[in-house]
Design a binder for this molecule. Structure first.
Ligand code: KG4
Ligand code: ZN
Length: 344
């Protein structure tokens, strides 16, 4: 830790490469996005039905310098004008993470600007600061993405208390697996979201799992198995499934659990501010259910726009700003940490 910086405007070049998006952004004072470049690899991984880590790493290497250059160019700035370079160093896929971490270290070394490693989930949470200028901690945040499902109490900038987490599959993972099972393909979340609009969410009663000893924890693998069992039994009986009804009923089961746990957490924490983050936070059914429940309870509801929900570097720049202000700096021994815990 170094002493808190007194400079007024802080501009950060941020890099994100933890999964299948190669992204770079320039963010001022944690809330103003000057540029946000995302090079998605989704098309490359679609034929495999999921992200192939080796392919992702290779593509990150091919694209990272160009994406960083484009981010600076779009912001109309040079490296010399940056106050720091920030990078996601975990959690995520080790190969993809290493590409971003190596690029950030090289930039820091060559230009002399400080290096700040950022936790990917802290980035997702911080995406809320970009489009909700009035949002300040404390608040409760539901982080639901392809790799994580966390219910977090944000006590201060960069200070988190985990209230609950998934015991097995992440919410996005369940969306992706169920989408594949009903023939929608990858990535499943947006496809289930879309198809569900044509279906009946009450057509099939799928289970809403509770974890006995931890009220805020989630478990989605039982729900995923229930959908697979339903599909098998329909097949054995020669009944044709209604894809839209299965999608809508599955989605409702996920949304019900996420909403119930979130509202309970907000009320028990005595905080009237609630935010969502991560890829699944762009789900339209989840957003409208939370909107309604929060309105009924007088809770202010915050959410990033869909592009800020999925992986991007602007959110890393937002999180990095508050770390920078606290004096956090990393050395050139910064490494990728695939299973980095929030708060480490
Ligand atoms: O945050 P993200 O881009 O990457 C991770 O950090 O994991 O989240 C990706 C996940 C995928 O599982 C994807 O299917 C899911 O978010 N997702 C959605 C929607 N859009 C993306 N899930 C449900 N509804 C959506 N509209
Ligand atoms: Zn993510």
């Amino acid at each position: 830790m170094e002493k808190t910086c007194e400079k007024e405007d802080i501009t950060i070049l941020a890099i994100e490469s933890s999964c299948d998006e190669t992204a770079a952004a320039v963010v001022r004072n944690g809330r103003e996005v000057l540029s946000n470049m995302i090079s998605s690899q989704i098309d490359l991984h679609t034929i495999y039905g999921g992200v192939v880590p080796e392919i992702a790493s290779r593509k990150h290497i091919e694209r990272i310098n160009q994406v960083i250059g484009e981010a600076l160019q779009a912001a109309g700035m040079t490296l010399r004008e940056m106050d720091a370079v920030a990078v996601t160093y975990g959690p995520g896929l080790v190969g993809p993470l290493l590409v971003g971490v190596s690029a950030a270290k090289a930039i820091s070394f060559a230009s002399g600007i400080p290096l700040i490693g950022v936790h990917h989930i802290e980035g997702h949470i911080s995406a809320n600061y970009i489009e909700n200028k009035e949002l300040e901690p404390p608040f409760v945040c539901l982080v639901v993405s392809g790799g994580h499902s966390h219910l977090v109490r944000v006590t201060d900038y960069g200070e988190y208390e985990i209230l609950g987490r998934t015991r097995d599959d992440a919410a996005g993972e369940a969306f992706d697996k169920v989408a594949r099972a009903i023939g929608l393909g990858y990535p499943g979340g947006p496809k289930i979201d879309k198809v569900s609009k044509e279906g009946n969410p009450d057509a099939i009663q799928f289970p809403r799992a509770k974890v006995a000893d931890a009220v805020y924890d989630f478990s989605f693998s039982g729900l995923k198995s229930a959908v697979l069992n339903y599909l098998n039994s329909c097949e054995m009986k020669g009944i044709e499934i209604c894809q839209a009804d299965v999608a809508a009923s599955f989605q409702k089961a996920v949304v019900d659990v996420l909403v119930e746990h979130s509202m309970q957490a907000v009320q028990e924490c005595g905080i009237n501010k609630f935010a969502i983050a991560g890829g699944v936070a762009s789900n339209t059914a989840l957003r409208s259910a939370l909107e309604k429940e929060c309105a009924q309870r007088g809770i202010s509801f915050f959410h990033p726009s869909p592009i800020m929900c999925t992986d991007n570097a602007a959110m890393i720049g937002a999180a990095a700003y508050y770390e920078y202000r606290k004096g956090v700096r990393h050395g050139y021994d910064l490494n990728a940490v695939p299973n980095l815990k929030l708060g480490d």
